[in-house]
Design a protein around this ligand. Structure first.
Ligand SMILES: NC(=O)c1ccc[n+]([C@@H]2O[C@H](COP(=O)([O-])OP(=O)(O)OC[C@H]3O[C@@H](n4cnc5c(N)ncnc54)[C@H](O)[C@@H]3O)[C@@H](O)[C@H]2O)c1
Ligand SMILES: O=C(O)C(=O)C[C@@H](O)[C@H](O)[C@H](O)COP(=O)(O)O
Ligand SMILES: [Zn+2]
Length: 350
């Protein structure tokens, strides 16, 4: 496990000393720290004593709706005004939005400069900061423009989680559930028998990072196996995208993926891969934890249409990751638009 974390440049820590040593050794000419208003308030004060005094603070507005080219322009502009050269370094202090977008800005600025991921949400500590997927949304499509690049360092400082809201924590937990369902049936059992409110987040982060790092190490550019990390995302991303601009009904990434995992588990059961008892256990566990989304009948077809742009698709065919059993997933499973609609209708009836 340590070797894998090593290959993905991940450190999980309860202090910031090693982070400080890394930056000192790297000796960047200039440093830009990217925050949003919340990580500025809650996380930056903890990090500041460990940063060189001279650095640029770039603040963006929080939220998925700001993971756009417009925000990238603002970031690139500030880096340019600060005269950052190729030996500069970007530190992404935030959740998955800052990590994905700040990493994308860093890898494209002057064809690429060093960057550190400092994930501050559960979701970004267990998933988004690891594995080098970077990018932004385009029109209605999630992570439509992006690159792969392993960060120079992923520094997971567990105490950042102390100021995270309950809703954001639960959103991140969806990716934890995903990692268990695709790769670790025993841990899935343990989660079901545990009280969510007393979970040991350090243990959870370590487990998830190990699962993800192992998959990414085998297939860094998602030619095949890495697609298992996308379980729940064919339908989950479509749901997230569809409601993104609806102030009343917008879902967090993990909330959408939770629904996507239930729908895709349903498809696996319909195709005879998993049994009804497994489907019921998955559904009952997730449905009890997460808020229910009411999908109107007239919305189903439009949500299903969004799956046509999924990055796992090939030659116009929708390809999904489906559970073969709990703890094991198969990628490149063809599904039809009609099946996506059926799964959404099944979810409506839960
Ligand atoms: N690259 C990947 O492999 C990968 C994996 C999973 C998800 N993602 C992406 O990650 C994004 C979601 O990430 P997220 O859930 O971290 O959302 P986020 O980055 O929007 O952060 C969630 C909210 O929490 C606030 N926040 C962050 N840290 C805080 C802290 N310590 N205390 C208080 N508030 C804090 C933020 O300001 C924000 O309002 C999505 O865009 C998703 O597509 C990427
Ligand atoms: O790291 C991966 O690979 C994943 O699929 C992890 C997902 O949780 C994450 O949401 C990722 O950003 C989705 O990637 P995409 O290629 O479907 O946009
Ligand atoms: Zn995800």
């Amino acid at each position: 496990m340590n070797a894998l974390m090593e290959s993905q440049n991940v450190r999980i820590a309860l202090d910031l000393n090693e982070f400080e040593r890394f930056v000192t050794q790297r000796n960047p000419t200039k440093i830009a720290v990217i925050v949003d208003e919340n990580t500025h308030e809650h996380c930056y004060p903890l990090l500041k004593p460990f940063l060189p005094t001279e650095h640029l603070l770039i603040e963006i507005q929080s939220g998925e709706q700001n993971k756009t080219l417009t925000t990238c322009s603002h970031i690139w502009q500030q880096m340019t005004d600060y005269a950052m050269d190729r030996k500069g370094m970007v530190i992404n202090l935030g959740g998955g939005v800052i990590g994905d977008m700040g990493g994308f800005c860093a890898t494209t600025y002057k064809r690429g400069i060093d960057f550190i991921q400092m994930p501050t949400t559960l979701l970004s500590q267990v998933d988004a900061s690891v594995g080098g997927k970077l990018g932004i949304d385009f029109q209605q499509f999630k992570n439509h423009i992006g690159t792969f690049k392993i960060p120079n360092l992923v520094y997971i400082y567990i105490p950042f989680l102390q100021t995270l809201s309950a809703r954001q924590l639960l959103s991140g937990y969806a990716e934890v559930i995903k990692h268990c369902l695709i790769a670790d049936a025993d841990k899935w059992q343990t989660l079901q028998q545990s009280n969510y409110h007393t979970l040991d987040w350090q243990d959870i982060v370590q487990h998830s990072v190990a699962v993800k790092a192992q998959v990414v190490d085998t297939d860094p550019y998602e030619r095949g196996l890495r697609k298992i990390l996308n379980f729940g995302h064919t339908i989950g991303h479509a749901i997230e995208s569809y409601y993104l601009t609806d102030d009343q009904r917008a879902l967090l990434h993990g909330e959408a993926i939770a629904i996507g995992m239930m729908c895709e588990a349903y498809l696996a059961q319909q195709k005879g891969f998993i049994g009804e008892s497994d489907l019921n256990r998955i559904t009952q566990y997730i449905d009890k934890l997460y808020p229910t989304l009411t999908i109107k009948d007239e919305e189903v077809a439009a949500i299903a249409q969004l799956t046509r742009q999924d990055k796992k698709n090939e030659g116009g065919k929708i390809q999904c990751t489906l559970l073969e059993q709990v703890g094991k997933a198969n990628f490149n499973q063809p599904i039809t638009l009609n099946e996506v609609s059926q799964a959404l209708q099944w979810y409506q009836g839960l």
